[in-house]
Write a protein that binds this ligand. Structure first.
Ligand SMILES: [Zn+2]
Length: 173
C-alpha cells in the first residue's frame, strides 16, 4: 500500500511521524505456508532531502506457520528496525542507471508493500518453532519415550553411570 509523503515534499528536511498499515500475502517457504496477521505496521518518521526520501522506524508483524519440531501451530512475533532511502524520480525522465536495488518512487506516494515483505521475510528464523525449547522431536523418536526420556533429561550422564556400574558389578562377580 502507498504512503503519502506530500507533507515532506512541501517541507524539505523536516521529519514527519507516520504509522502505516500493510498487508503481507501468505508466503511459501520451503513448502511451508507462512501467514501474517493484519495489519503489518510500519511506524517511524520520514524526511525529504533533495530528491531523497528517508524512512526510519520499526516494522511490527505477527507471522504464523508450523513448528519444525512438533508440527503444531507456531507464532513468530516480528519487530525489526529499518532505515531506507527512496529516490524520487521525475515522471518524464526515464531512469538511466536502472539499479534494481535502488528504492524509488514517483509523485507524492511511496509503495511500501515490497519493503514490508522483504523486512519481514529476512527476520523470520530459519527454523520456526512453537516455543524456543519445543521438544516435539522427542515424541517422534522412540529412544526418547517414557522413562528413558525423563532419566536422560534429569541427568545426561545417567546412562554412562549405569554402564560403569554394570562394569563394576561384572568385576565383582
Ligand atoms: Zn513445537
Amino acid at each position: 500500500m502507498q504512503l503519502d509523503v506530500s507533507r515532506a515534499m512541501r517541507s524539505p528536511d523536516e521529519k514527519f511521524p507516520f504509522i502505516h498499515h500493510e498487508r503481507i500475502a501468505p508466503q511459501d517457504i520451503y513448502g511451508e505456508e507462512v501467514t501474517f496477521d493484519e495489519p503489518v505496521v510500519l511506524e517511524g518518521r520520514f524526511c525529504m532531502s533533495g530528491s531523497e526520501l528517508t524512512l526510519d522506524g520499526t516494522l511490527t508483524a505477527t507471522a504464523h506457520s508450523r513448528c519444525c519440531n512438533c508440527l503444531g501451530p507456531a507464532t513468530v512475533p516480528i519487530n525489526v528496525p529499518f532505515h531506507e532511502t527512496f529516490v524520487r524520480l521525475d515522471h518524464a525522465v526515464e531512469p538511466e542507471d536502472d539499479d534494481p536495488d535502488r528504492l524509488s518512487f514517483t509523485g507524492s506516494k511511496v509503495e511500501l508493500g515490497h519493503l514490508a515483505l522483504t523486512l519481514a521475510m529476512l527476520e523470520l528464523p530459519i527454523r520456526i518453532l512453537c516455543r524456543p525449547d519445543c521438544e516435539g522431536y522427542k515424541q517422534m523418536a522412540p529412544q526418547y519415550t517414557g522413562r528413558a526420556a525423563e532419566e536422560a533429561s534429569a541427568n545426561p550422564f545417567s546412562v554412562l553411570k549405569q554402564l560403569i556400574k554394570n562394569d563394576q558389578d561384572d568385576q565383582e562377580v
